[in-house]
Design a protein around this ligand. Structure first.
Ligand code: NAP
Length: 226
């Protein structure tokens, strides 16, 4: 049984991941920036609901204080919360405020949250950080993304942070995951994958993947190029 915290988890892939991890017997701390939504979603599945706005240092510190008080440590952190503000808007037309907000939530926030929770993760025998990235951030393989410049750049930068954190935390498993295009509020109804399918590799990395796998990028439990 692991203690696992997920950000942005009252809906979408975070919620599907929380359900899978609870069903597997783990203690899940389901967080959302709205504490009412966090508690409501958590109660339905037997998780613990907690307020956590990933862009707010005070909120992150308070969540860490509560986790320390109630659990004494943490085994896995899943940085799942993200924004997509610039779907079909081109890089030359994108509002700079939207670009900055996207980086703040999708890239800077996972670093803020990870740094705050590292002391609690160090108490685990098998500490893990899972950064929920995207194929849109891939640079080395396939067609370059020609839309959603802010979102894509934020996920490429998140992947670099995964590598940096993996190097800085040699006793941890720190990995990125691409869930594939999934039917959530962000992915839309036309997406080919269910949230459950996207959540599978996120849950696997947080709980079951071999502990020696670190500093890598996964899709469907297989390593993929950055
Ligand atoms: N769906 C896809 O096809 C797909 C594909 C590739 C990657 N992903 C990635 O998968 C992850 C989950 O996406 P999803 O599809 O489940 O999207 P979603 O349904 O839009 O969920 C995103 C979640 O992030 C939360 N969030 C945003 N800003 C936050 C903040 N400052 N603090 C805390 N929570 C915040 C949202 O809560 P609020 O309501 O409070 O904003 C929401 O719960 C994201 O990292 C996304 O980039 C998704």
């Amino acid at each position: 049984m692991k203690i696992i915290l997920i950000t942005g988890a009252y809906r979408g892939l975070g919620l599907a991941t929380a359900k899978q991890l609870v069903a597997a017997g783990h203690r899940v701390i389901l967080t959302a920036r709205d504490p009412v939504k966090a508690r409501a979603a958590a109660e339905l599945m037997g998780a613990v609901g907690l307020a956590l706005d990933v862009t707010d240092d005070a909120s992150i510190a308070e969540a860490a204080r509560e986790v320390a008080e109630r659990f004494g440590g943490l085994d896995s952190l899943i940085n799942n919360a993200a924004l997509l503000l610039d779907g079909s808007i081109g890089v030359l037309d994108l509002a700079m405020d939207d670009f900055l907000a996207t980086l703040a939530t999708n890239t800077v926030a996972p670093l803020r949250v990870s740094r705050t929770f590292v002391p609690l993760l160090r108490k685990s025998r098998d500490p893990r950080i899972v950064n929920v990235s995207s194929g849109a951030g891939q640079l080395g393989d396939g067609e370059p993304a020609m839309s959603a410049a802010a979102y894509s750049a934020s996920k490429s930068a998140l992947n670099m942070l995964t590598q940096q954190l993996a190097a800085a935390l040699p006793d941890f498993a720190v990995n990125s995951v691409s869930p594939g295009w999934c039917r959530t509020e962000m992915g839309g109804a036309a997406a080919p994958r269910s949230p459950e399918r996207g959540a599978d590799t996120i849950a696997w990395l947080a709980a079951d993947a071999p502990a020696g796998l670190t500093g890598r990028f996964f899709l469907d439990r297989e390593e993929i190029p950055w």
